[in-house]
Design a protein around this ligand. Structure first.
Ligand code: AR6
Length: 174
Protein backbone atom coordinates (compact mmCIF):
# COMPACT_ATOMS: atom_id res chain seq x y z
CA UNK A 1 0.00 0.00 0.00
CA UNK A 2 1.40 3.39 -1.06
CA UNK A 3 0.90 6.40 1.18
CA UNK A 4 1.22 9.74 -0.62
CA UNK A 5 0.60 13.40 0.07
CA UNK A 6 -1.47 15.20 -2.54
CA UNK A 7 -2.07 18.83 -1.58
CA UNK A 8 -5.23 20.58 -2.74
CA UNK A 9 -8.98 20.23 -2.79
CA UNK A 10 -10.07 16.69 -1.89
CA UNK A 11 -13.24 16.99 -3.99
CA UNK A 12 -11.01 16.82 -7.09
CA UNK A 13 -9.11 13.70 -6.01
CA UNK A 14 -9.04 10.92 -8.62
CA UNK A 15 -9.57 8.04 -6.24
CA UNK A 16 -12.23 5.40 -5.65
CA UNK A 17 -13.24 6.78 -2.27
CA UNK A 18 -13.01 10.22 -0.69
CA UNK A 19 -13.32 10.42 3.09
CA UNK A 20 -15.58 13.17 4.44
CA UNK A 21 -15.00 14.81 7.84
CA UNK A 22 -18.72 14.84 8.54
CA UNK A 23 -20.84 15.38 11.65
CA UNK A 24 -23.22 12.89 13.25
CA UNK A 25 -26.28 14.30 11.51
CA UNK A 26 -24.83 13.45 8.05
CA UNK A 27 -26.82 16.43 6.83
CA UNK A 28 -23.81 18.48 5.68
CA UNK A 29 -21.86 21.35 7.21
CA UNK A 30 -18.82 23.53 6.55
CA UNK A 31 -15.20 22.67 5.72
CA UNK A 32 -14.60 19.48 3.72
CA UNK A 33 -18.18 18.38 4.34
CA UNK A 34 -19.58 21.53 2.72
CA UNK A 35 -17.18 21.25 -0.23
CA UNK A 36 -18.05 17.58 -0.86
CA UNK A 37 -21.81 18.18 -0.81
CA UNK A 38 -21.51 21.32 -2.99
CA UNK A 39 -19.40 19.69 -5.68
CA UNK A 40 -20.90 16.21 -5.42
CA UNK A 41 -24.47 17.44 -5.74
CA UNK A 42 -27.77 16.44 -4.08
CA UNK A 43 -27.51 12.66 -4.52
CA UNK A 44 -25.02 12.49 -1.61
CA UNK A 45 -27.45 14.19 0.77
CA UNK A 46 -30.23 11.97 -0.53
CA UNK A 47 -28.17 8.87 0.27
CA UNK A 48 -27.39 10.27 3.73
CA UNK A 49 -31.11 10.89 4.34
CA UNK A 50 -31.85 7.28 3.43
CA UNK A 51 -29.26 6.09 5.95
CA UNK A 52 -30.80 8.31 8.63
CA UNK A 53 -34.23 6.88 7.80
CA UNK A 54 -33.01 3.29 7.93
CA UNK A 55 -29.88 2.06 9.71
CA UNK A 56 -28.78 5.31 11.41
CA UNK A 57 -31.88 6.96 12.93
CA UNK A 58 -29.76 8.61 15.66
CA UNK A 59 -27.01 9.64 13.28
CA UNK A 60 -23.48 8.34 12.78
CA UNK A 61 -21.57 7.98 16.08
CA UNK A 62 -18.16 9.60 16.46
CA UNK A 63 -15.40 7.28 15.24
CA UNK A 64 -17.63 5.30 12.87
CA UNK A 65 -17.75 5.43 9.06
CA UNK A 66 -20.33 4.79 6.37
CA UNK A 67 -20.14 4.86 2.55
CA UNK A 68 -22.49 6.56 0.09
CA UNK A 69 -22.39 7.49 -3.57
CA UNK A 70 -20.01 10.31 -4.46
CA UNK A 71 -22.55 11.85 -6.83
CA UNK A 72 -20.79 14.06 -9.36
CA UNK A 73 -17.33 13.85 -7.78
CA UNK A 74 -14.58 12.05 -9.71
CA UNK A 75 -14.60 9.46 -6.90
CA UNK A 76 -17.14 6.63 -6.80
CA UNK A 77 -17.82 6.68 -3.04
CA UNK A 78 -17.79 9.15 -0.21
CA UNK A 79 -16.95 7.58 3.13
CA UNK A 80 -18.45 9.74 5.85
CA UNK A 81 -16.77 9.61 9.23
CA UNK A 82 -17.28 11.71 12.34
CA UNK A 83 -14.13 12.93 14.02
CA UNK A 84 -14.04 13.84 17.71
CA UNK A 85 -14.17 17.48 18.75
CA UNK A 86 -10.77 18.25 20.31
CA UNK A 87 -10.75 18.50 24.09
CA UNK A 88 -7.94 19.54 26.41
CA UNK A 89 -9.58 17.88 29.40
CA UNK A 90 -10.19 14.47 27.81
CA UNK A 91 -7.98 12.36 25.53
CA UNK A 92 -10.12 11.46 22.52
CA UNK A 93 -7.29 10.09 20.38
CA UNK A 94 -8.83 6.59 20.19
CA UNK A 95 -11.90 8.07 18.51
CA UNK A 96 -9.72 9.77 15.90
CA UNK A 97 -7.80 6.51 15.38
CA UNK A 98 -11.15 4.78 14.94
CA UNK A 99 -12.15 7.20 12.15
CA UNK A 100 -9.16 6.10 10.05
CA UNK A 101 -9.60 2.40 10.83
CA UNK A 102 -13.33 2.37 10.16
CA UNK A 103 -12.98 4.45 6.99
CA UNK A 104 -10.43 2.00 5.57
CA UNK A 105 -12.70 -0.92 6.50
CA UNK A 106 -15.66 0.80 4.81
CA UNK A 107 -13.48 1.34 1.73
CA UNK A 108 -12.63 -2.38 1.63
CA UNK A 109 -16.33 -3.26 2.07
CA UNK A 110 -17.35 -1.30 -1.05
CA UNK A 111 -14.37 -2.55 -3.06
CA UNK A 112 -12.42 0.72 -3.22
CA UNK A 113 -8.69 0.34 -3.76
CA UNK A 114 -7.65 4.00 -3.61
CA UNK A 115 -8.71 6.31 -0.77
CA UNK A 116 -8.16 10.03 -0.04
CA UNK A 117 -8.27 11.43 3.51
CA UNK A 118 -8.58 15.03 4.70
CA UNK A 119 -7.09 15.93 8.09
CA UNK A 120 -10.10 14.71 10.08
CA UNK A 121 -10.95 16.90 13.12
CA UNK A 122 -8.16 19.39 12.30
CA UNK A 123 -10.49 22.18 11.15
CA UNK A 124 -13.77 23.18 12.79
CA UNK A 125 -13.32 20.43 15.41
CA UNK A 126 -10.10 22.08 16.59
CA UNK A 127 -7.61 19.19 16.77
CA UNK A 128 -4.01 20.49 16.66
CA UNK A 129 -2.71 19.88 13.16
CA UNK A 130 0.58 18.32 14.18
CA UNK A 131 -1.14 15.67 16.28
CA UNK A 132 -4.06 15.13 13.87
CA UNK A 133 -1.68 14.38 11.00
CA UNK A 134 0.51 12.15 13.19
CA UNK A 135 -2.51 10.05 14.18
CA UNK A 136 -3.58 9.89 10.51
CA UNK A 137 -0.24 8.63 9.22
CA UNK A 138 0.45 6.24 12.10
CA UNK A 139 -3.02 4.69 12.02
CA UNK A 140 -3.00 4.12 8.27
CA UNK A 141 0.46 2.61 8.63
CA UNK A 142 -0.81 0.29 11.38
CA UNK A 143 -3.68 -0.85 9.16
CA UNK A 144 -1.42 -2.14 6.38
CA UNK A 145 -1.52 -5.73 7.69
CA UNK A 146 -5.34 -5.69 7.73
CA UNK A 147 -6.18 -3.83 4.49
CA UNK A 148 -2.90 -3.56 2.59
CA UNK A 149 -3.79 -6.28 0.10
CA UNK A 150 -7.06 -4.57 -0.87
CA UNK A 151 -6.18 -0.88 -0.58
CA UNK A 152 -3.32 -0.06 -2.92
CA UNK A 153 -3.05 3.70 -2.34
CA UNK A 154 -3.91 6.14 0.43
CA UNK A 155 -3.68 9.86 -0.30
CA UNK A 156 -3.40 12.40 2.50
CA UNK A 157 -4.81 15.67 1.19
CA UNK A 158 -3.52 18.77 3.01
CA UNK A 159 -5.45 21.95 2.30
CA UNK A 160 -2.64 24.36 3.21
CA UNK A 161 1.11 24.46 3.57
CA UNK A 162 1.12 23.92 7.33
CA UNK A 163 -0.82 20.68 6.91
CA UNK A 164 1.39 19.59 4.02
CA UNK A 165 4.54 20.12 6.09
CA UNK A 166 3.04 18.25 9.04
CA UNK A 167 2.18 15.21 6.88
CA UNK A 168 5.67 15.26 5.36
CA UNK A 169 7.31 15.15 8.78
CA UNK A 170 5.21 12.16 9.87
CA UNK A 171 5.49 10.20 6.63
CA UNK A 172 9.25 10.69 6.68
CA UNK A 173 9.24 9.16 10.17
CA UNK A 174 7.40 5.99 9.06
N1 AR6 B 1 -10.07 19.61 0.67
C1 AR6 B 1 -9.17 19.14 1.57
N2 AR6 B 1 -9.09 19.58 2.84
C2 AR6 B 1 -9.97 20.52 3.23
C3 AR6 B 1 -10.96 21.05 2.37
C4 AR6 B 1 -11.00 20.56 1.04
N3 AR6 B 1 -11.90 20.98 0.14
N4 AR6 B 1 -11.69 21.98 3.06
C5 AR6 B 1 -11.18 22.02 4.31
N5 AR6 B 1 -10.13 21.16 4.42
P1 AR6 B 1 -13.04 20.41 8.64
P2 AR6 B 1 -13.43 18.79 11.09
C6 AR6 B 1 -9.28 20.84 5.59
O1 AR6 B 1 -13.42 21.64 9.38
O2 AR6 B 1 -12.42 19.59 11.82
C7 AR6 B 1 -18.09 20.41 9.24
O3 AR6 B 1 -18.98 21.46 9.47
C8 AR6 B 1 -9.24 21.83 6.72
O4 AR6 B 1 -8.29 22.86 6.45
O5 AR6 B 1 -13.60 20.19 7.30
O6 AR6 B 1 -13.41 17.31 11.20
C9 AR6 B 1 -18.70 19.06 9.53
O7 AR6 B 1 -20.05 19.00 9.18
C10 AR6 B 1 -8.81 20.94 7.88
O8 AR6 B 1 -7.38 20.77 7.87
O9 AR6 B 1 -13.43 19.07 9.49
C11 AR6 B 1 -18.50 18.94 11.02
O10 AR6 B 1 -19.50 19.62 11.72
C12 AR6 B 1 -9.43 19.58 7.55
O11 AR6 B 1 -9.81 19.66 6.18
C13 AR6 B 1 -17.17 19.63 11.25
O12 AR6 B 1 -17.01 20.54 10.16
C14 AR6 B 1 -10.67 19.23 8.37
O13 AR6 B 1 -11.45 20.38 8.58
C15 AR6 B 1 -16.02 18.66 11.19
O14 AR6 B 1 -14.85 19.32 11.55
Amino acid sequence: MDMRIQPGDITRAQVDAVVNAANSSLMGGGGVDGAIHRRGGPSILEACRELRNSSLPDGLPTGRAVATTAGELPATWVIHTVGPVYSISEDRTELLVSCYRESLRAAVDVGATTVAFPAISAGIYGWPLEDATRVAVETVQEMIDEVGERITEVLFVPFDEAAENAYRRHIAGC
